[in-house]
Design a protein around this ligand. Structure first.
Ligand SMILES: Cc1cc2nc3c(=O)[nH]c(=O)nc-3n(C[C@H](O)[C@H](O)[C@H](O)COP(=O)(O)OP(=O)(O)OC[C@H]3O[C@@H](n4cnc5c(N)ncnc54)[C@H](O)[C@@H]3O)c2cc1C
Length: 298
């Protein structure tokens, strides 16, 4: 996809998740008409609804068409290119594109490795089964990176290496379960994420504190003229530890690291609340955001 030397007239992206949305925006900005077809009721459905809606608004404002609830996706030749049957609840039943990008998820390339001959177990998705130290069921064989299904990122693959190297060479007892989930969606503006979504936090049954601030109230975003999106945080009301945060907005992939570091330090939100950040940055709003924490649902 990155090597394509022409701009598609109309790119239809099947799959409205991280990879699909990044390429949708890239090719829209190259000048292609772009339609995203997603079978869920909303884009990046693993995220909270406000994040999905925020991304949708950002993409639609650039002229990207979004078709959700596309239950039965089918492809057929058409005189103008490809007809993508989308069978959506709303809108016409077909999208006609000149090119199609299938971005419906990845699975590890483990079927041709002869793992069965070595006796290494894989799950039904082809992920190599590992324990908390990334060891397989066969002594002396570890599985690192995407192939173990425990992360889907360059940084998790690298951390897998760090865990195994530390345990094998330095006598440590590092576990993959100690890793706090972090990632970014590289649209413009990006989405920086750490820890639980609000939905996951609510599902944990803990008493929660939440706070949200639109980027229109972040000085740095105003100065850059990039005020789309918001930042938000969810914390445990009893332990006062941050459970998760999201920044959909300019610099969000960098600014989220302030929260990542506090969570890794296992410090309470009060440490970040009283930190003195640099003005004018996106990060400087985190203490203010935490000052606004309210019990969830109020
Ligand atoms: C479009 C896209 C965008 C992404 N964006 C991000 C991002 O912004 N940030 C992020 O953190 N992650 C991102 N990822 C995910 C990231 O690329 C992967 O999680 C990461 O590359 C996993 O590293 P890995 O070493 O496990 O696997 P890979 O990087 O896939 O490396 C596996 C290597 O093994 C080789 N190989 C496969 N089979 C064999 C074999 N039988 N014999 C020998 N060699 C073999 C492959 O050729 C490859 O070189 C993105 C992925 C995609 C597809």
């Amino acid at each position: 996809m990155l090597a394509l030397d022409q701009v598609p007239r109309h790119l239809v992206v099947v799959g409205g998740s991280y990879v699909g949305l990044e390429f949708a925006q890239i090719y829209r900005r190259f000048g292609a008409d772009v339609t995203v077809v997603e079978k869920s009721p909303r884009l990046i459905s693993r995220e909270d609804e406000d994040v999905s809606e925020g991304i949708r608004q950002i993409l639609e404002a650039e002229g990207i068409r979004v078709r959700t609830k596309a239950e039965c996706i089918s492809l057929a030749p058409h005189r103008d290119g490809v007809a993508i049957g989308v069978n959506c609840v709303e809108g016409p039943p077909e999208a006609i594109g000149s090119h199609v990008l299938l971005a419906v998820g990845r699975r590890p390339n483990t079927d041709d490795l002869g793992l069965d001959r070595a006796g290494v177990e894989v799950d039904e998705r082809g992920n190599i089964k590992v324990d908390d130290s990334l060891a397989t069921n066969v002594p002396g064989i570890w599985a690192l990176g995407d192939c173990n299904g425990r992360g889907a990122f360059t940084h998790t693959a690298y951390n897998d290496f760090e865990i195994v190297a530390a345990n094998l060479l330095d006598g440590e007892h590092r576990k993959v379960s100690a890793r706090i989930p972090v990632y970014a969606l590289y649209t413009d503006p990006p989405l920086g994420r750490v820890g639980m979504t609000d939905t996951q936090a609510r599902g944990s049954g803990r008493p929660l504190l939440t706070s949200k601030r639109p980027m229109t109230r972040v000085g740095r975003a105003v100065e850059k003229g990039e005020t789309r999106g918001f930042m938000k945080v969810v914390a445990d009301a009893e332990t006062r530890k941050i459970l998760g945060a999201a920044i959909l907005g300019t610099g969000g992939d960098e600014a989220i690291h302030g929260v990542i570091d506090i969570m890794n330090a296992d410090a309470t939100l009060d440490v970040l609340r009283w930190a003195v950040p640099i003005h004018p940055t996106v990060s400087e709003l985190f203490p203010t955001l935490l000052l606004d924490l309210k019990p969830a649902g109020s």
